[in-house]
Design a binder for this molecule. Sequence first.
Ligand SMILES: [Zn+2]
Length: 220
Amino acid sequence: MTTLAPQTVKCALCGQKTEIVAVASTNEFGSCDLDLRPPPMARDTLKHQVFRCSNCGFSSSDLTKSKKGDEASISCPEYLSIIEGDLPEVAKTFCCAAIIASRRNDLEPACFLWLGAAWVCDDQGDNENACHLRSHAAVALQGMLDVSKGNAEADDTTRLVLIDVLRRTRRFTEAAALCQKMCEQESGDFTAQLAAYQLSLVEAEDDQAHRVDELPKGAE
Ligand SMILES: [Zn+2]
């Protein structure tokens, strides 16, 4: 089960106290999605993962910590247009936190914050916004690969998430090229099997969510 922890935190940017409800503990039963979205019950804790200061709008998974430059981030046009826009509030908070992380050059957190915003939209059946938010995640994922320090396993995970993001935004040609490259490089292992499964989805122009445990039997 998921245990929640209501608490009062002080915003690191403006000092305002904000009531938040964070996750104290949760669990995962089953398989994650191909973009690493966890299974229940962790899957359903999105609104307890990021928070926004009610006074200054600072958004983060931890409002008590800020970095140099965050003050400028919360007043940049992109940030303000998200806050004034019409996304669901939880998606807005994920986007705001993603913008801050991107401007800090924290690409991995930025990627999963953009994906978090997309998952909120997925749950509301809002494909258009989910697609748009995934395109931001794709930029962060590509950025991670561009600055990679050569950890092959981490890069494979990044590539597999990127393939899923491209597929779900119907960028099938790019997704297929990446799948084919991965299948050629590593024949037979689990990574190659995941890439091959993604390729079959891409070829069918399937843009829906799929889980890792859908891989043909024996693949794991
Ligand atoms: Zn604040």
